[in-house]
Design a protein around this ligand. Sequence first.
Ligand code: SAM
Length: 249
Amino acid sequence: MADIWQQTLHWTPTVQQQVQFQQLYEFILEGNRQFNLTRITDPQEFWEKHLWDSLRGIAPLLRDKEAGVGNTFVSPSSSPTSLSFIDIGTGAGFPGIPVAMTVANSTVTLLDSTQKKMTFVEKLSAALDLSNVKTLTGRSEEVAQQPQHRQTYDVALIRAVGTASVCAEYALPFLKQGGLAVIYRGNWTQEETKALENAVNQLGGVVESIEKFTTPLTDSIRHCLYLRKVATTPVQFPRPVGVPTQKPL
Ligand code: SAM
């Protein structure tokens, strides 16, 4: 798949990363027997939906890396070389695990409310020797109110956890000012952007860009929403457990 990585993301995995991707696939297949983690087990589907899609969210960062220009995508003013990521509702480790394999000099915290999934992800990161991965079990509404996690991360990733405004309410409180939330979506419309802008403004953010793309093997339409945190998130957000989904902003 090296050519497709290069053509679509302008980035090529190293041999070591290719080996890790293979190990990840095998570990997920094995774990699936025990934990029923994902219905995506066909190798090409796994590559597209779990590996490629996970890394498409950070494509601008990979481009920066290839160009050797620091992390202008995340922090235009300071361009730090090492970033802290949080993947909210990581499930079996997506998009966080492929991201951790790709940005080895950064730390990636994987958060999920399900203990069973976090136990699996802990085993996975130990087996694959991913020393830059940390794990956290809890609800994002509660963890984001803890001082050691609030306003702490450069990048928040969130895929398939809820509607975009719910994802924004989960993600923005975790970010440092200037940080970036990446919300992975399937379809997206202009009208949805209007509604999202309203929610994001209340949370101290702006909708910086929306990227539409097609996946390389099945030509499926996807979007990534990039939200920039421009002000402190008011302390009442995220609201208590369950409220963001029951009463979306
Ligand atoms: N992000 C992964 C992916 O794209 O393959 C998993 C998506 S799965 C559909 C949603 C995950 O989000 C579940 O593992 C669930 O336990 C977790 N989740 C949902 N709401 C959450 C919350 N408020 N805090 C933490 N985790 C949450």
